[in-house]
Ligand binder design. Structure first.
Ligand SMILES: *[C@@H]1O[C@H](CO)[C@@H](O)[C@H](O)[C@H]1NC(C)=O
Ligand SMILES: *[C@@H]1O[C@H](CO)[C@@H](O)[C@H](O)[C@H]1NC(C)=O
Ligand SMILES: *[C@@H]1O[C@H](CO)[C@@H](O)[C@H](O)[C@H]1NC(C)=O
Ligand SMILES: *[C@@H]1O[C@H](CO)[C@@H](O)[C@H](O)[C@H]1NC(C)=O
Length: 330
């Protein structure tokens, strides 16, 4: 018979060690003094009342001070008619992320919400809700992982950009409830999938309005799809105010702005009760490539404008604190 007690203490050691490693990594940042005060063993308390399998639900106010100091449920992850007016500081920050234009934001938003729904998204958080979510990145570490059925067993399966499923179902699953994109990475969707647009500029909002109707916007800083197959009634728009919150609060302004992957993860942390993360990080051999691309790998992370190191540290810490579960390939 398996000695459960022994197994459990072994698990604790592993958990404790990986958290300790994260701590060391963090020690170069200004977070260190704060983090050092934390007692990680706290999170090994039994999760009796929770409906979710591996930890307490995110939305339950729990004891972790690092998390609770940052987690802010008063900022909606999605843009709606009620929150569409941006503060001055958000507006100017957001306007400077990418190409500047002269469009009137108010007009653009008004037209947008004539085409896509403008209210009441995921405001149903409650202690007895347990919404499980899979966030599926595009890393080559999915290759050979056999994660398909675990991914599909989540209530929400959130995928990114053009990632294909056909031929990869065994590793990545075959359900998609949400697909996150920006105009430059757009792809046609099946009827039952929600398009989640991350707007990095006003033109992105004009693009989605156009792509679902007249098809007049054909380029941003590059040629983009003029029309897109997607259910208008399921289109969701990432809130620029939330984007700035992720940048300011979770990334402490590292990088120019957060990557789509990290933004998707924070979206999930705020609308789901259990978050399972797949396909982030390097492949087993340490290279970086998409799971569907053969021999196109890079030796280091292609981060560009994003603070990839810092993002992955915050992810590790969130995993440590059981706010999400990282599946790193096998
Ligand atoms: C959450 O965000 C709101 C709006 O920005 C802010 O007023 C509030 O102080 C924040 N709460 C916490 C706990 O940081
Ligand atoms: C959530 O949004 C819907 C649609 O706008 C609204 O009818 C409902 O009252 C809202 N629920 C809460 C708890 O705010
Ligand atoms: C997804 O895969 C499962 C088995 O892995 C299968 O039963 C199901 O029919 C598939 N669904 C679709 C939409 O292909
Ligand atoms: C996936 O892994 C298999 C076996 O290791 C390998 O032959 C194949 O080339 C890999 N595919 C990609 C897209 O990396």
């Amino acid at each position: 018979m398996v000695d459960l007690k022994h197994l459990k203490s072994k698990l604790l050691i592993v958990l404790f060690c990986s958290c300790a490693a994260t701590l060391v990594l963090f020690s170069y940042s200004n977070l260190s003094s704060y983090l050092l005060q934390l007692d990680y063993r706290q999170s090994d308390k039994p999760v009796s009342k929770a409906l979710c399998a591996f930890r307490q639900c995110i939305s339950v106010e729990d004891e972790d001070p690092w998390f609770m100091k940052r987690f802010n449920t008063s900022i909606s992850p999605l843009l709606s008619q009620e929150n569409a007016i941006l503060s001055k500081s958000t507006y100017y920050w957001w306007q400077r992320l990418q190409t500047k234009q002269n469009a009137n934001y108010g007009d653009v938003v008004r037209k947008l919400f004539q085409v896509v729904p403008g209210k009441g998204h995921y405001n149903d958080s409650a202690p007895n809700r347990c919404r499980t979510c899979a966030v599926v990145g595009n890393s080559g570490n999915l290759n050979g992982s056999d994660y398909g059925s675990i991914i599909d067993s989540n209530d929400f399966v959130i995928r990114m950009n053009k990632a294909p499923l056909l031929g990869y179902e065994k590793d990545v699953g075959n359900r998609t409830t949400h697909r996150v994109m920006h105009p430059e990475s757009a792809t046609n969707l099946q009827k039952d999938t929600s398009l989640l647009l991350i707007p990095f500029k006003t033109l992105d909002l004009e693009w989605i309005t156009s792509a679902l109707t007249t098809g007049t916007v054909k380029r941003t800083w590059m040629p983009v799809m003029a029309k897109i197959n997607a259910d208008k009634n399921k289109v969701l728009i990432y809130n620029p105010t939330f984007l700035k919150y992720v940048h300011d609060v979770w990334l402490e302004r590292h990088g120019k702005y957060p990557s789509s992957g990290f933004l998707t993860l924070m979206f999930a942390i705020h609308i789901c009760d259990e978050v399972n993360v797949f396909g982030f990080g390097a492949s087993k051999d340490g290279t970086w490539q998409h799971y569907w691309e053969k021999n196109k790998f890079r030796k280091s992370e292609p981060t560009g404008l994003h603070a990839g190191d810092y993002e992955s540290l915050v992810m590790k810490l969130l995993a440590c604190k059981r706010k999400m579960k990282l599946f790193e390939g096998r």
